[in-house]
Design a protein around this ligand. Structure first.
Ligand code: GTP
Ligand code: MG
Ligand code: NA
Length: 334
């Protein structure tokens, strides 16, 4: 049904603790951030938001209506300095991105690193200026759009917010990027949108999603056309489970993958091939659904027949007949 356009991949990048996972928690209506060890994300996570949920979260159908996509695949990345390879990997997968900056802390080393990744891959992005609830004079309020928030706050608050925003705008300018508060932009093809948000209070999330929808529309219509053929993915996590065998959590970004396909992967001993024993996608809640075939873009769990030492972050490529071609590609991308 949705085979003509694939889901766009939306990557969330930014400095440690600036609120990436918390923003995603608001979007998907769960709480992952609080359960993380030490409150630090240590791996890439992927989850899908269908259009119905997207409309609910963005409180409108404007924007995405013209874009006939099945949903969005969000990718969370760690912001800790130690995980720079995972940030780059997430950035490489992204069609569009959200750069998260704590509005009170401003630019930090991994903010700059994230900007460099976005520039390198020419990824269009919006900026979520998070933690606006910590700005002085904040009057407590929850679950509100940014537009409506301003009417509920004192002038002192709105002035403090603008001061911090313009510090950000100036910083972006130093990096050669033209940005502005999203509701002051007249030409979105020239200026990157900054959306003030608070993940903690669920403020501005609908505005951010609307900007994201606009971005998707401007940049993606050609890029997200579904490319059929061999499934190609990036392995983001490897687990050896007693009952299942070797499982690979993978972002399938191109083509399709079937149960029984042979999959080329990168292992500690070089490229290797194994048969796909089973494929799972996440269903409602924590449940996994088994599928006989999956189409990109999707977060999938692949069970392989052999217990290989697969390297997380490496490519996984389905093979039709020529093994060498897949191996060449594995070597090139590893
Ligand atoms: P890493 O994945 O470790 O890089 O961090 P992150 O960017 O995913 O940040 P995370 O969502 O884990 O949030 C870090 C801390 O900031 C947590 O204690 C959150 O509760 C807090 N936090 C996130 N968003 C907000 C916000 O809008 N306001 C306030 N006051 N705190 C927030
Ligand atoms: Mg996180
Ligand atoms: Na964190």
């Amino acid at each position: 049904m949705y085979k003509s356009l694939r889901q766009p991949i939306v990557c969330v990048l930014g400095h440690v603790d600036h609120g990436k996972t918390s923003i995603l928690d608001v979007i998907r209506g769960t709480s992952v951030a609080k359960k993380e060890v030490g409150g630090i994300t240590q791996k890439i996570g992927a989850f899908e938001v269908d259009m119905e949920s997207f409309y609910r979260a963005s409180r409108t159908e404007i924007g995405m209506n013209k874009l006939k996509i099945p949903g969005l695949l969000f990718i969370d990345t760690p912001g800790h300095v130690a995980f720079s390879n995972m940030r780059a990997r997430g950035g490489a997968l992204a069609d569009i991105a959200i750069l998260v900056v704590d509005i009170n802390e401003g630019f930090k080393p991994q903010t700059v690193e994230s900007i460099e990744i976005l520039k390198r891959f020419k990824t269009p992005f919006i900026v979520a200026a998070n933690k606006i609830d910590l700005i002085p004079f904040f009057t407590n309020i929850k679950n509100i759009s940014f537009r409506d928030l301003q009417k509920t706050q004192r002038n002192e608050y709105n002035e403090e917010l603008d001061k911090r925003l313009y510090n950000l705008v100036n910083k972006f300018y130093e990096f050669g990027l033209s940005t502005d508060r999203y509701d002051r932009i007249t030409d979105f093809s020239k200026t990157i949108a900054i959306v003030p948000v608070s993940a903690k209070m669920a403020i501005g999330i609908s505005d951010a999603l609307l900007m994201l929808a606009g971005l998707a529309q401007r940049f993606l219509e050609r890029n997200i056309e579904y490319v059929g053929g061999l499934g190609k993915g990036t392995v983001i996590e490897v687990k050896k489970e007693e009952s299942l065998g070797l499982t690979l959590d993978t972002v399938l970004y191109q083509g399709s993958l079937k149960k029984g396909d042979r999959l080329a992967v990168s292992t500690r001993n070089g490229p290797a091939v194994s048969k796909v024993k089973a494929i799972f996608v996440s269903g409602k809640g924590k449940k996994l659904l088994e599928k006989s075939e999956v189409f990109s873009a999707q977060g999938i769990r692949v069970v392989l027949a052999d217990k290989l030492e697969v390297i997380p972050g490496s490519p996984a490529i389905a093979i039709v007949n020529d093994t060498r071609e897949a191996f060449d590609e594995i070597m090139k991308e590893s």
